[in-house]
Design a protein around this ligand. Structure first.
Ligand code: PAF
Length: 281
């Protein structure tokens, strides 16, 4: 396994792999890998000749008030896990390598990125789409794997790829949960034992809300959302949002909606957690 630290070296490597006919699979991450990330890497390993994983805590997707400095990092552990999962290349640049000091270009998706996490974190998706576009140009993947834990992110990236004609297939990977139902996230490590127990209310309340919508249909969406908010609040959570949107438009569902994203963001202590359910209509 190679560890590459510079943009130039990664792009040269990737272009040479392409010229020799290799299929490149790419998994972008911010490191502190857990089983959710490893399941995405395994999908890439199955389909690609060459698997590239990026480990980069991307400063442009954090607001000044957010947890950039505290974001958990453990490169040696991540590298060992990547080697175990037969990754060919880790790309781990420093922020100064990734972004020139006077960089002035952003890639912005202007529709699907507006609600949910985009409403609470107004500069988040601009940072994500910009870094992912750069990573795509450096790693030259044939396909990239993104987890459904960050479902809105996945839909935004798919839209960016479609609109900008990136010749890259975006493959979704299933949301992975702990045995008690908590969605895996690098941020779970911020939770105290008590907060972690109370945070289980996110998944439980979304599952209940899902049942209500499945049984009663779209007319019951607001009842389902209010119920979920009550359960999280009763568990001591501070709800950021609970919302059910059409996955194609990220707007309120209509008679044409084929799938709903029922998504929640909720703080336990100072930790903001997200989770979701996808509901076929
Ligand atoms: O999902 C993440 O970990 C990040 O948003 C990503 C896609 C690696 C971009 O920094």
């Amino acid at each position: 396994m190679q560890i590459i630290r510079t943009r130039k070296e990664l792009q040269q490597f990737a272009l040479a792999e392409k010229r020799s006919g290799k299929v490149i699979g790419f998994v972008p991450t911010m490191g502190f890998l857990h089983d959710g990330h490893l399941s995405l890497i395994d999908i890439a390993r199955e389909k690609a000749d060459t698997v590239i994983v990026s480990i980069f805590v991307n400063p442009t997707q954090f607001a000044p008030t957010e947890d950039l400095d505290q974001y958990p990092r453990d490169f040696d552990r991540d590298a060992a896990l990547c080697a175990e999962h037969k990754v060919d290349v880790i790309f781990a640049p420093e922020p100064e390598e990734m972004y020139r000091e006077d960089a002035s270009t952003w890639v912005t998706e202007c529709e699907l990125s507006k609600p949910l996490c985009g409403a609470s974190r107004p500069t988040f998706f601009r940072g994500v789409t910009t870094v992912v576009a750069k990573l795509f140009l450096l790693a030259q993947p044939d396909f990239a794997v993104f987890g459904l834990k960050d479902a809105q992110q996945l839909f935004v990236i798919k839209r960016m790829v479609r609109d900008m004609d990136f010749p890259i297939e975006i493959i979704p990977g299933a949301l992975v949960r702990d045995s008690d139902g908590l969605a895996l996230s690098s941020r779970n490590r911020y939770l105290s034992a008590d907060e972690r127990t109370r945070a289980l209310s996110i998944h439980k309340s979304l599952v209940e809300a899902r049942k209500i919508i499945e049984n009663k249909g779209l007319d019951a969406v607001s009842e389902a959302i209010s119920g979920a908010k009550e359960v999280m609040t009763a568990a001591g959570g501070r709800v950021d949002y609970v919302s059910a949107l059409d996955i194609d438009t990220m707007k309120e569902p209509t008679a044409e909606t084929r799938q709903l994203l029922l998504a929640a963001a909720c703080f336990f202590g100072t930790t903001r957690l997200i989770d979701n359910e996808l509901i076929d209509l």
